[in-house]
Ligand binder design. Structure first.
Ligand SMILES: [Zn+2]
Ligand SMILES: [Zn+2]
Length: 54
């Protein structure tokens, strides 16, 4: 099921599209990134990797 994760380093995640509320996070105040992994791996967790096959 789709969920949303923060890629700013705070590790935040939510089932709703919210903005990060973690103080000091690089993404504080920015919307979380959609993710639909089924095992909490969060493949989009790193912003620097754009490769799908690694
Ligand atoms: Zn965050
Ligand atoms: Zn995920």
């Amino acid at each position: 099921m789709q969920h949303y994760i923060c890629t700013g380093g705070c590790g935040g995640e939510s089932s709703n599209l919210i903005v990060c509320q973690a103080e000091g996070c690089k993404k504080e105040g920015e919307p979380l990134t959609p993710c639909d992994c089924g095992d909490s791996v969060h493949h989009h967790h790193s912003e620097e990797k754009e490769k799908e096959n690694e």
